[in-house]
Design a binder for this molecule. Structure first.
Ligand code: PLP
Length: 380
């Protein structure tokens, strides 16, 4: 029930990676045949990914994770914009992942960029009108996530990108949660930069990518060798890149079948939770959410304690409230929804995967109400 945190690596992905850990260990930058074989693996992985994203091969930059992709997008574009002068303003949303929020804050605090954080409505949506009103003459980048990691809400990114483009502003989207479940054709989506991370779609941890429309990203955030067109120096991680491309190919082939199955299971989970647990509230939107995400808040419940109780019943789940020095605080996402704190501290995210079946859902349906009842009884 925690596939939004990470997913198991598909056995086919493991098999595709293995040779590149052993016999095929060449450095793709080497001129000899062992290097060239590794280089060929990188090239064909890039071609596969470009095919799925409907972009050019040189518009894909391999990175070490989704966080790095987000950093590269924001910093790379910001530094390039500053050189062109007259560009100082970035717009993001209040429910972005810390990889975007933290990078934007760093750009503001240490480099003097002006940042606007757009509010969201009670479902977590960024409004087109708010975006339009926030645009300034010096705005050069809008970054709004495709789908949210906590509440699963899917943003209308094409509509938002269209507004940015009206003003010649670049549009980046963090698609780390979306990549395993939503369409990724960057032409259809009409976006300029997009971050992804393999471990969220049954690929390995430690590898990600940034799609950057040609000529948008001109500043590296890691300098050194000429890998990735000089935008991200460092010897390629061949097995992980091969694994990411294989995982994405598998996702593309089975997405619609997996999504249909997950939606049925997710809807069961949502319905039974709302029906059987008093004071339960669904967070995010009822339908415009990731097929695998069911997220709630429960009145009077401590989310972290709930996770521990579920763990004792063999259920892995996650909560949006982090307990810092004994003082629990709701996450930025739950805070942005403006829920009363007695609700937002009792959050639960259940995220299913392609291998989840009816019996898993039935087990959660049986355990969750009991755990919550017991927790409430103990409070009295
Ligand atoms: N962006 C979103 C929306 C995420 O959910 C995550 C990971 O949870 C990240 C970025 C960071 O990805 P990574 O773990 O690959 O650094």
């Amino acid at each position: 029930m925690d596939h939004a945190a990470t997913t198991p690596v598909d056995p086919e992905v493991v098999a595709a990676m293995l040779p590149f850990f052993s016999n095929e260990y060449g450095n793709p930058s080497s001129i000899h045949r062992w290097g060239q074989r590794a280089d060929h693996a990188i090239t064909s992985s890039r071609e596969d990914i470009a095919n799925i994203l409907n972009c050019e091969v040189d518009e894909i930059i391999f990175t070490s994770c989704g966080s790095e992709s987000d950093n590269l997008a924001l910093r790379g574009i910001a530094l390039a914009a500053r050189e062109q002068g007259n560009s100082n303003h970035i717009i993001i949303s209040a429910i972005e992942h810390p990889a975007i929020l933290g990078t934007a804050q760093h750009l503001r605090n240490h480099h003097g960029f002006d940042i606007t954080i757009l509010p969201v409505d009670q479902h977590g949506f960024t409004s087109a009108e708010d975006l339009r009103n926030a645009i300034q003459p010096d705005t050069f980048l809008v970054s709004i996530m495709y789908a949210n990691n906590e509440i699963g809400v899917v943003q209308p990114i094409s509509e938002l990108a269209e507004i940015a483009h009206e003003y010649n502003i670049l549009f980046h989207t963090d698609a780390v949660q979306a990549a395993g479940q939503l369409p990724l054709d960057v032409e259809n989506l009409d976006i300029d930069l997009m971050s992804m991370s393999a471990h969220k779609f049954y690929g390995p941890k430690g590898v990600g990518m940034l799609y950057a429309r040609r000529d948008t990203l001109t500043h590296p955030h890691q300098t050194g060798g000429s890998q990735e067109n000089g935008l991200r120096a460092g010897t390629h991680n061949v097995p992980l890149i091969v694994g990411m491309a294989t995982a994405l190919n598998i996702v593309a082939a089975r997405r619609s079948q997996d999504n249909s199955k997950m939606k049925v299971l997710r809807n069961k989970l949502i319905k039974s939770t709302l029906d059987t647990i008093p004071g339960a509230l669904l967070t995010g939107h009822r339908t415009r959410r990731l097929p695998n995400n069911a997220s709630f808040v429960f009145e009077g419940i401590d989310g972290n304690e709930l996770i521990m109780h579920l763990d004792l019943s063999n259920i892995a789940a996650s909560s949006g409230s982090a307990c810092k020095t004994g003082n629990p605080e709701p996450s930025n996402v739950l805070s942005a929804l403006a829920l009363p704190s007695k609700l937002s501290l009792g959050s639960l995210r259940l995220s299913i995967g392609r291998h989840t079946d009816d019996s898993d859902i039935e087990y959660v349906q049986q355990v969750l109400p009991t755990v919550i009842n017991n927790m409430r009884d103990n409070l009295q």
